[in-house]
Ligand binder design. Structure first.
Ligand code: CU
Length: 131
C-alpha cells in the first residue's frame, strides 16, 4: 500500500513537471499575471522607489496597447491611468498587465502609482498618443 502511494506521488509530480515543460505562451502569460489578448504594442515599464523606466512613451493613435508593469522596487507599487485602466498593487519582483485602446487622435495619457505619495515622489510618466 505504501509503495502504491509513493508510485502515485511520483506519477503526479512527474506529470506536473512535464506539464510545466509543455506550457505554451498563453499559459506562461497567465502564470505571470499577463492576459492573453492580442495587441498591437506591448510596453514593459519597470518601476521602483520612486520612478518609472521608461517614463515617456509614444504610441500610435487607435492601437491596442498592453502595459506590463514590473515592480523592481522594495515596496508595493501599481501603475494606473485614470479612466483607462491599471494594474493591481504588485509586490516587489512581481508583474501585472492591462490592455487598453489608445484614443483616436493626439492625446497625452498620464500614468502614475496610486499608493500614498509615490506619485509626488516621482512615480509618474506620460504616454504620448500620435496620429
Ligand atoms: Cu508606488
Amino acid at each position: 500500500m505504501k509503495l502504491l502511494l509513493k508510485l502515485t506521488l511520483v506519477a503526479v509530480i512527474g506529470s506536473f513537471i512535464l506539464g510545466c515543460g509543455e506550457m505554451n505562451d498563453e499559459e506562461a502569460r497567465a502564470v505571470n499575471g499577463i492576459d492573453e489578448v492580442d495587441v498591437d504594442v506591448e510596453l514593459e515599464i519597470a518601476g521602483g522607489e520612486y520612478y518609472y523606466e521608461p517614463d515617456e512613451i509614444t504610441v500610435e493613435a487607435g492601437s491596442e496597447v498592453r502595459i506590463i508593469f514590473v515592480n523592481e522596487g522594495d515596496a508595493g507599487h501599481d501603475l494606473v491611468i485614470d479612466d483607462v485602466g491599471g494594474t493591481e498593487i504588485i509586490e516587489p519582483g512581481g508583474k501585472d498587465s492591462f490592455v487598453f485602446t489608445a484614443p483616436e487622435g493626439e492625446a497625452t495619457l498620464v500614468f502614475y502609482c496610486s499608493i500614498g505619495n509615490h506619485r509626488e515622489l516621482g512615480m509618474e510618466g506620460e504616454i504620448e498618443i500620435l496620429e
